[in-house]
Design a binder for this molecule. Sequence first.
Ligand code: IMP
Ligand code: MG
Length: 182
Amino acid sequence: MPHLTENTQLGGQELRRIIYSADEIQKRVAEMGQEIMEAYDATDRLLLLGLLKGSFLFLADLVRAIHLPLHVDFMVASSYGAEMQSSGDVRLLYDPDASLKDRAVVLVEDIVDSGTTLKRLLPRLEAREPSSLEVCTLLHKRLDTVEVEPRWVGFDAPHEFLVGYGLDYAEDFRHLPYIASL
Ligand code: IMP
Ligand code: MG
């Protein structure tokens, strides 16, 4: 485990505790790649759609664990400013050029918290007629408000504010290879 206060990646900022080490994350992501591989075959025209920015490391590791032909694209949605609470207002800042029609689409999320992001985005993606649409999230806080059930979940996360491995607080900490609480 890295020593939190001595880590030069933190620039003197302090984190509370490590929740998932880099090794635990890598092991689980490899398993998730395997699970996704087993659900599709080469004719499905798989498209992994990463929700930026939070999913960038997860998606990068995940696609390398899926040994099937696939395409990668991204969406940018924003519901948080420099806040720890979702504002509830989900803005789409970038929408993929890629056609979803007749493709097996997997939306890749870093974390499901209130579920608002998924609730707003999924109908918009469904309208583009993918052959299937599933959600894969690294973390899930399992709050009662969440109406959408992701098909793949990496870890059931504690109800704390988490940073690292793509997750930020006001844009800090995304580059940490582990996940910690703030
Ligand atoms: P939801 O719409 O409330 O489900 O929130 C989804 C988005 O909020 C995620 O994609 C994250 O970007 C952000 N988020 C939620 N919880 C956390 C957290 O604990 N740390 C960092 N970002 C979070
Ligand atoms: Mg996010």
